[in-house]
Design a protein around this ligand. Structure first.
Ligand code: ZN
Length: 406
């Protein structure tokens, strides 16, 4: 961490000396993080052989909160619960929204029927589940609302166990998606490289609690309580501290990037626009080294996204592509992670290289391509560009439908 801090300091110093519009005012405002230990009280969450999910979630959450408080006097830590009590799902989101939090971290423990060997940590953001297994995770977590007497009215008839209910997540607008996914990737990276846990990846699914929060939000599944070995681990002090450390490191990485983004935006509004170079990210062959400030540093939000590589078709129509994966470092064209896909392209956004496959102005065609790609990349999803800028995919679909109905 020491090296990381030094880099941050030296980088901030550069910004300070090179950019006249830079102000330390961005630092005077507290960063607020809401930590949400899943379940509690009469809702045990998933139940293992010797423990309950609610207790693991709370213990890891308290350890995470303590780490943040002890080391970051500028951060306000807010818990949705800090003891064994029941808190309705909507209330959790309300706590985050009312406090105008900058970040929401919901902590859960996974469970799967019929297996005692599945292991690993995963991190989730709001979105449409791309597989039945992913939908099951959201269904299980959303089922907590059944503990609330008035859930039918409070959640407008949402039935957590019916797949049809999840249609509402299909065209959800989430302005925080990029930041949520960015943070989720940082958490998974920490779990994998430093906490040494099995990496179950970053996924999207329709979690009600994430739908209601108005800030970048993630939901972590620490591991499987249904797997005795992992249940034991998650009930030890070492295991809980290890998971909390992983989330903490990612939190610091996210917060630093967030502050740089504020500083950059401030600079932009007071000076002439600066064109930064997209290729400043360096590749490290050693994946276990501490991240540098160059890695995963989100670019200012309003900066246009640069599409690298060849252009496609006419520029006035929306162009649909399939996003298959992201990486904090550039990948070679024949990288094995592309699983043999040819002509993979990429664009750069929020500090990440985002890899896409296919390019067409025909939405029906891209849907077919996605159905083929999904067997290799279960989380692949459709995105849209217009005149080389990424645009809201829902608007692109509307535009496509309008033109093609004529
Ligand atoms: Zn849970």
């Amino acid at each position: 961490m020491e090296r990381y801090r030094l880099l941050i300091i030296s980088c901030l110093f550069c910004s300070f000396t090179l950019l006249p519009g830079f102000s330390t005012a961005a630092w005077s405002k507290n960063f607020k993080v809401v930590i949400d230990p899943g379940h509690g009280g009469h809702d045990p969450g998933a139940v293992g052989k010797v423990s309950k999910e609610k207790d693991i979630n709370l213990n890891v959450s308290l350890k995470l909160g303590k780490l943040i408080k002890d080391k970051n006097p500028d951060v306000e830590v807010i818990f949705t619960r800090n003891k064994d009590i029941f808190v309705p799902l909507m209330k959790r989101a309300e706590i985050a929204n009312k406090s105008k939090a900058d970040l929401f971290i919901s902590i859960h423990t996974n469970s799967i029927a019929g297996s005692k060997t599945v292991k690993g940590a995963s991190t989730w953001t709001l979105g449409l589940a791309k597989s039945e297994a992913n939908l099951e995770v959201a269904k299980r977590e959303n089922s907590v609302i059944l503990y609330e007497d008035d859930y039918k009215t409070r959640y407008a008839g949402f039935d957590p166990n019916s797949s049809e209910s999840y249609i509402i997540f299909e065209f959800i607008q989430d302005k925080n998606m990029a930041q949520s996914v960015g943070f989720a990737s940082m958490v998974q990276n920490e779990f994998k490289t430093r906490s040494k846990r099995v990496d179950k990846g970053v996924h999207q699914a329709g979690f009600l609690v994430l739908k209601e929060t108005a800030m970048p939000s993630i939901l972590i599944e620490l591991g499987f309580i249904s797997t005795p070995e992992e249940e034991r681990y998650l009930n030890t002090h070492t295991g809980q501290q290890n998971m909390a450390n992983g989330i903490y490191n990612a939190f610091i990485e996210y917060k630093n990037a967030h502050e740089l983004r504020i500083a950059q935006n401030k600079t932009k509004s007071t000076t002439t626009p600066q064109h930064s170079n997209n290729n400043t990210i360096t590749t490290s062959n050693n994946t276990t080294t501490a991240p540098t400030t160059q890695k995963n540093t989100p670019k200012a939000e309003k900066e246009p996204i640069t599409i690298i590589k060849k252009k496609v078709e006419s520029q006035d129509k929306p162009i649909f592509k399939i996003q298959i994966m992201t990486s904090s470092t550039p990948l070679k064209e024949n990288d094995r992670r592309f699983k043999g896909l040819k002509n993979v392209e990429y664009y750069f956004e929020n500090g990440l290289y985002k890899y896409t496959f296919g390019a067409t102005s025909n939405y029906n065609e891209i849907k077919k391509t996605r159905d083929q790609v999904v067997s290799k990349f279960s989380d692949a999803f459709i995105i849209a560009f217009k005149n080389d800028k990424k645009i809201d995919v829902n608007k692109a679909i509307d535009e496509f439908l309008k033109v093609n109905r004529k």
